[in-house]
Design a protein around this ligand. Structure first.
Ligand code: SAH
Length: 260
């Protein structure tokens, strides 16, 4: 994995100064792709003042309306959090994240996602991530300023990856490459629809089933080919004669098959 393929994603940031400080922290550590999801402030003079010369990072930043869009092309999505959550997500330290990135052989981007200044990332947003990463801190005072958190994590990434920059990853065919976030979301939607149709998933009482399945498949980091196989199985089930919904589901499925 190369530094240039790493996206730093900020969700609903409210202070321009934090966006500028994030750009500065990134450029110090050789990162250049800044992505804002639904920012709650302008990238104004305060942002440029705090960027202290990392103007190019601010000039090139990309905005998206949703986290799903922002990470659609990413083969690995990691959410940062100061809090432990009710449903435990596979966790990395900043150091093991850097190691994980060093082992990720892909030319497609990866994303490290940072939350709102006041409330962090929602549980739903975290469930779009393969892993969570927490910076070890004083347990009684665990929340860093968002740009400070970016600094710590970017440093670990830089420290681990700079030595690898010259290494070219061995070529892999597209089918044997890790599936990106958009492909995984397609699988989750397909699986959810099938589970509802066969009365396995009760929409009125879904419990934690989809969350647990998301965690399972994201942890496995399936390839494009593996996701295609899983979706092929789901499509075959939907084509069964006694599949609930009959013709309607088969029609839906035909469209779906074409999609992947
Ligand atoms: N009160 C919020 C903290 C928000 S701090 C909460 O409880 O989640 C803003 C962002 O900085 C967080 O969403 C996260 O992206 C990052 N951050 C702050 N402290 C962190 C820590 N100890 N480890 C990892 N990320 C952290």
């Amino acid at each position: 994995m190369k530094l240039e393929n790493i996206k730093i994603v900020l969700v609903e940031t409210t202070h321009p100064g934090n966006i500028g400080a994030a750009a500065r922290a990134m450029k110090n550590m050789g990162l250049s792709q800044l992505v804002l999801v639904n920012p709650r402030c302008a990238v104004d003079h305060q942002a440029y003042a705090r960027a202290s010369g990392a103007d190019d990072v601010l000039n090139d930043l990309v905005k998206h309306a949703s986290l799903t869009d922002a990470v659609a092309d990413c083969v690995l999505v990691v959410g940062t959090t100061a809090r432990t959550r009710s449903l435990v997500w596979p966790a990395l330290t900043p150091n093991s994240l850097a190691q994980k990135l060093a082992e990720t052989e892909s030319d497609q981007p990866v994303a490290v996602v940072f939350g709102r200044e006041d409330s962090g990332l929602t549980n739903e947003e975290l469930q779009h991530c393969h892993y969570s990463v927490t910076i070890p801190t004083n347990p009684d005072f665990s929340s860093l300023n968002v740009a400070a958190a970016i600094q710590v994590i970017s440093y670990e990434i830089y420290n681990r990856l700079q030595d690898d920059s010259a290494d070219e990853p061995p070529p892999r065919s597209r089918l044997e490459s890790p599936a990106d976030s958009e492909q995984l979301e397609g699988l989750f939607e397909h699986l959810q629809r099938l589970m509802i149709d066969i009365d396995f998933l009760d929409q009125d009482n879904p419990r934690q089933i989809m969350k647990r399945l998301r965690r399972l498949y994201q942890r496995a980091e399936p390839t494009v080919n593996e996701v295609n196989i899983l979706r092929g199985i789901l499509s075959s089930v939907q084509k069964l004669k006694h599949y609930p919904g009959g013709d309607e589901s088969t029609t839906k499925d035909t469209k779906n098959t074409k999609k992947y």
